[in-house]
Ligand binder design. Structure first.
Ligand SMILES: O=c1ccn([C@@H]2O[C@H](COP(=O)(O)OP(=O)(O)O[C@H]3OC[C@@H](O)[C@H](O)[C@H]3O)[C@@H](O)[C@H]2O)c(=O)[nH]1
Length: 312
């Protein structure tokens, strides 16, 4: 928008919130549509960032059929729109297409290790078929596609109830609650700050790279190290609570980003601690906001029917 593009945001608000974009409402280049991509959409656009789908495991597992519909029918609808108006489509795919990987770090040539009937399948298989659909439309219909395989990402404006590890740990630490580590905490992840991802998505969209590209920060940590780091940054004395391991939880994950560096000239620039501090600041404010804005319904005064005045 700041570059002069007109942006239409399409959201069904299943996991998104109007508050996340309210500061743009009224801007001449901004439009917000309440719409679910499972239904066809008829608008005129040049580029489509197809970001729809819950991305947090508890959210996407909450209604697996809806997650599947969003990633399949929703993707077909967006590809159909791209075909009709001649737009380029960027699919937000995921590191989850690599499943519980047997190759480390994961590069784009790895085909993955995915359980097709496990609890994560609605999302990881959904995204895998979404990629397949993109390349079918590219080959058969000549639609221009871009596929970003997004690794763990965090930042301000995540939902308080998102359920992913970064927001869980920060909120727990801020509220003096124990941090919930699933399993032993020896599983690893590499976390990327949201602004790095946005820059990567824009660079990919405007590049000539049609094959999948990993976007993530390769700095890898165990979840236990990560819990300790967040406790330290928040300054919380809370303990760490070990809960049972999540089923099919990928054990090691770290992106190989050589392709993005070489072809897009992109790499993450925000250090982990800086990103975490910004996110901690955000959630601190959110907790304050929540405390000051609890909705307490007021009792309604009894409605007294006004009788019509009769003039004689
Ligand atoms: O409270 C928690 C939450 C999560 N975890 C663990 O932390 C790790 C990361 O879990 P998250 O739920 O944040 O995210 P995952 O890495 O499992 O999945 C993510 O992968 C990449 C993206 O496509 C998605 O954002 C999401 O599916 C997992 O090992 C999980 O078991 C905890 O130990 N405690």
């Amino acid at each position: 928008m700041m570059d002069g593009h007109e942006v239409t945001v399409v959201d069904n608000f299943f996991t998104g919130r109007k508050r996340n974009v309210e500061h743009w409402i009224g801007h001449e280049n901004f439009e917000l549509i309440n719409h679910d991509v499972v239904e066809p959409l008829y608008i005129e656009v040049d580029q489509i960032y197809h970001l729809a789908s819950p991305a947090s495991p508890p959210n996407y597992m909450y209604n697996p059929i809806k997650t599947l519909k969003t990633n399949t029918i929703g993707t077909l609808n967006m590809l159909g729109l791209a075909k009709r108006v001649g737009a380029r489509l960027l699919l937000a795919s995921t590191s989850e297409v690599y499943g519980d990987p047997e190759v480390h770090p994961q590069n784009e040539d790895y085909w993955g290790h995915v359980n097709p009937i496990g609890p994560r399948a609605c999302y990881d298989e959904g995204k895998r078929v979404a990629e397949t659909m993109c390349y079918a439309y590219m080959k058969q219909e000549g639609v221009e596609v871009r596929v970003a395989r997004i690794f763990n990402t965090f930042g301000p404006r995540m939902h308080m109830n998102d359920g992913r590890v970064v927001s869980n740990f920060i909120l727990q630490a801020l509220q003096g609650e124990p941090l919930t580590v699933y399993g032993s905490g020896s599983q690893t992840r590499a976390f990327q700050y949201v602004s790095d991802l946005v820059n990567g998505l824009v660079a990919l969209m405007n590049s000539n790279v049609s094959s999948p590209v990993n976007l993530g920060n390769p700095e890898e940590h165990t979840i236990l190290e990560f819990a300790r780091l967040i406790k330290h940054l928040v300054g919380s004395g809370g303990e760490i609570n070990f809960l049972s391991e999540a089923q099919d939880d990928p054990q090691r994950r770290k992106p190989d980003i050589r392709k993005a560096k070489l072809l897009l000239g992109w790499e993450p620039v925000v250090p982990l601690e800086e990103g975490l501090n910004k996110t901690i600041h955000y959630f601190r404010k959110e907790l304050e906001y929540q405390a000051n804005n609890q909705y307490i319904p007021k009792p309604k005064p009894a409605r007294i029917k006004k009788s019509r005045m009769r003039h004689s």
